[in-house]
Design a protein around this ligand. Structure first.
Ligand code: F0G
Length: 458
């Protein structure tokens, strides 16, 4: 008999999981303005709001904290991070930042100006926010197949080269500071970008004299999918694949709260020394001196160690295997989930789950609220609420997708927790015909509204 694979770790410390009653949860979510970000964590049973900063660090990471060097400049922890970064990404110049969006702020301060266009596969919401905040325009050039929930296309995170070339052709070079490809493509459902697509994008970038950056929050998960799904990569190690992915880029930003399995941290990295120097000035203003940039020495140590652990094959097999396990359970119950399963989360198609709630009444958010009421699960809407308003017309943006994301923290929950989650979703699915009341906005912020929005039932 073939021996089954298993989690390459065991538990040294545990944390309480909270239970509650349906009556309590109904009250809590109402008081939270039907916004799951407003809940207290003790009110949540299984927290699948995000896989960002919510992972469990290893004993090696915890012990590396004790060796943190808190010197303002030139700390040994900085050099530990530099070594890990150079071995895993190949970039020699980098700037620590306190998280991914801070790295975006530093990079875009150096690159993006009013009236620019930044094309890519699908920008994450903070990325979009940083671009729009500078009165520049993010352009999503996602492949069409990404919006087909059922298609088993292996690389639904890809950028559409024809759409991208169109943007490059129509605009003068100086208006396009960079192309930005997000690996894996979170907005499109944690879907991977193929190596062939990265190679082709590099060619386009060279042809039009434009820089190519990668948002590499989940680069290791992307590398795993390339190994599993793309010809010619089966025998390559995750780190070899990652190095090739990075070789096509002029630089990267990274939220290390994902694939480097730390609770806080990030960085931007550069191939070009001049751009690195320019960005350094912004790093100093916004984040801190270039050898710590918003991170303490101990956190840089944990990040360095996490980069190695996050790129181990056995870890990725169990990590992505767990996400797939949850998706399979839900599929057995007939629940419409995005296919194929993404790297960090299971995405439910809220539109077909709740066909009686129209787009303008936020079906994704309605479903997320129901999952909380049913079993204390916290998830996120990725739909009209998150897509926000058009910055010019202020009309709601309908991306055509209404999803609920169940993001799985790394090394935190067991498969039994996943069985519980699937059962909760099943119970809501069974009473879906009785869910007919939508939500409407009572108050919203002018940008990134989904974090703080206050909603009410219709
Ligand atoms: N890029 C991607 C692809 C992300 O998914 C995120 C964060 C960021 C950038 C920003 O990084 O949070 O460290 O500032 N995503 C989290 C999520 C919040 O839930 O998907 P950050």
């Amino acid at each position: 008999m073939d021996l089954p694979s298993f989690e390459p770790y065991k538990t040294k410390m545990v944390e309480q999981v909270y239970s509650s009653t349906r009556t309590e949860r109904e009250e809590w979510i109402k008081n939270a303005g039907f916004n799951l970000f407003n809940l207290r964590s003790e009110q949540v049973t299984i927290d699948l709001l995000t896989d960002s900063g919510t992972g469990a660090m290893s004993d090696r990471q915890w012990s590396s904290l004790m060796l943190g060097d808190e010197s303002y400049a030139g700390a040994s922890s900085y050099y530990n991070m530099k070594k890990a970064l150079s071995e895993i990404t190949g970039f020699e110049y980098f700037l620590p930042a306190h998280q991914g969006r801070a790295a975006e702020n530093v990079l875009f301060s150096a690159l993006v100006k009013e009236g620019d266009f930044v094309p890519g596969n699908s920008h994450f919401d903070t990325t979009k926010g940083h671009i729009e905040f500078r009165k520049a325009i993010p352009v999503d050039c996602t492949v069409e197949i990404a919006s087909d929930f059922k298609s088993m296309n292996p690389f639904k995170g890809n950028v559409d080269p024809a759409k991208l070339e169109d943007v490059l052709k129509k605009n003068p070079r100086e208006k396009i500071p960079c192309i930005l490809i997000t690996i894996t493509n979170n907005t499109a459902g944690g879907q991977p970008v193929s190596m062939a697509n990265l190679r082709e994008t590099r060619k386009l970038a060279d042809r039009y004299g434009v820089k190519l950056f990668l948002d590499s929050a989940r680069f290791a998960e992307n590398a795993w999918f390339i190994k599993k799904r793309e010809d010619g990569y089966k025998e390559k190690s995750i780190r070899e694949i990652a190095r090739e992915m990075f070789s096509y880029a002029d630089g990267i930003t990274m939220s290390s709260k994902k694939d480097a399995i730390v609770n806080m941290g990030g960085f931007s990295a550069y191939r070009d020394e001049d751009l690195f120097r320019k960005a350094s000035a912004y790093n100093i203003i916004y984040e801190g001196f270039i050898t710590y940039g918003g991170m303490s020495g101990r956190d840089m140590n944990a990040l360095a160690q996490g980069l190695y652990e996050g790129t181990e094959e056995q870890y990725l097999r169990s990590r992505i295997g767990q996400v797939e396990f949850l998706a399979e359970r839900m599929k057995e119950y007939g629940i419409p989930v995005l296919q194929p399963t993404g790297g960090h989360a299971v995405f439910i198609d809220a539109k077909s789950f709740l066909p009686r709630i129209p787009d303008g009444k936020f079906p994704g958010q309605v479903l997320a609220v129901e999952l909380f009421i049913e079993g204390g699960i916290r998830s996120t809407e990725i739909g009209t609420l998150m897509a926000d308003r058009d910055p010019v017309t202020r009309a709601n943006r309908f991306s055509g997708k209404e999803m609920v994301r169940l993001a799985i923290p790394r090394r935190v929950y067991s498969d039994n927790h996943m069985n519980y989650v699937a059962a909760v979703v099943k119970n809501v699915f069974e009473r879906r015909d009785r869910i007919t009341r939508g939500l409407k906005i009572k108050w919203e912020a002018p940008i990134l509204r989904h974090f703080t929005v206050v909603l009410e039932r219709e």
